[in-house]
Design a protein around this ligand. Structure first.
Ligand SMILES: CC(C)=CCC/C(C)=C/COP(=O)(O)O
Length: 294
């Protein structure tokens, strides 16, 4: 006997409305899976050979329309519930272009990140490059940057140097704070192929969005380019380092591409904040009091 056609959740088509209206992925439920169905329905209504009349009918039968024309089952005892529709058809709801664009971007992001994660494990295709990638990881880690800045600050014997280093410290702390807050709010898990063997992490570092290394690298390179007088090759090297640190995050499997892209954007913007709030002995004398007493 031929088996019945099944929907994306594995239920037979034509299952009753009540059995699906409370499922997490159903539009009526408003669960996270709703967009998935919208995405699929858009594809199916545009498939070659698809019936455009059918697509129009589906739109007019969506719960959004139905809600306006007659109440949901169970809300009015005297009215008959709407006729049960095949479940796939009920999923075809006002596809939002923003939702589709975001979901498509996410799908490309996951696919590309997996493809680029060639150093995610020792047995990965570029597994032998893993130690080099981990070296890059340390070069963009918060601890060496914080320790180096503090060391420079206490060793510096010029006011100009102290001012720059004080702002560098402020930049690093601001970055740490913003990345922590965003990671805790977004809570995007690291890619499944990542091995959690990172050097000194905070509890939010189980999350991947945004990449702290990418934001720090972008912030540091903008800071360095603006406050250090460097020869052109060193300036090029600084920018190159930023991009390589970002790429290494994806190659190590630590991040998806969008985590790194947003990290770069965040670090770039953070520098603008630091520049705007530039600390000096004039506007923040308390921070420089230690040296005033010497
Ligand atoms: C413990 C300190 C001071 C910083 C944590 C640095 C860190 C582990 C950031 C995570 O970076 P990704 O988000 O790029 O993995």
């Amino acid at each position: 006997m031929p088996s019945p056609r099944r929907n994306t959740e594995g239920r037979p088509l034509g299952a009753s409305a009540s059995s699906s209206s409370s499922s997490p992925g159903s539009p009526a439920h408003g669960g996270s899976g709703a967009g998935r169905f919208e995405f699929q329905s858009l594809l199916s209504s545009r498939a070659p050979g698809g019936d455009p009349t059918c697509a129009r009918l589906r739109a007019s039968e969506s719960p959004v329309h139905r809600r306006g024309s007659f109440p949901l089952a169970g809300t009015g005892p005297s009215q008959a519930p709407p006729p049960a529709l095949p479940e796939d058809d009920r999923m075809d709801l006002n596809p939002s272009f923003l939702g589709i664009a975001l979901r498509s971007l996410l799908a490309i992001d996951l696919w590309l990140s997996k493809k680029l994660g060639v150093c995610a494990g020792e047995n990965s295709s570029w597994g032998s490059m893993r130690p080099l990638m981990k070296l890059l990881e340390i070069s963009g880690h918060g601890i060496p940057w914080l320790l180096g800045t503090l060391y420079g600050l206490f060793r510096s014997d010029s006011w100009a140097g102290r001012e720059v280093l004080m702002n560098l410290l402020f930049a690093l702390l601001l970055d740490l704070l913003l990345v922590t807050v965003i990671k805790a709010l977004v809570r995007r898990r690291r890619p499944a192929h990542n091995q959690m063997d990172m050097f000194v992490t905070l509890s939010v570092d189980k999350y991947s969005f945004p990449s702290g290394h990418a934001s720090r690298a972008a912030l540091m390179s903008r800071f360095i380019l603006n406050h250090l007088v460097l020869a052109i090759p060193l300036r090029v090297l600084t920018v190159l380092w930023t991009f390589i640190v970002g790429l290494s995050r994806v190659m190590l499997g630590r991040h998806n591409v969008t985590d790194v892209a947003f990290g770069f954007f965040l670090g770039y913007m953070q520098y603008s904040i630091v520049d705007y709030c530039w600390l000096s002995p004039h506007n923040a004398p308390a921070l420089f009091v230690l040296w005033n007493q010497q």
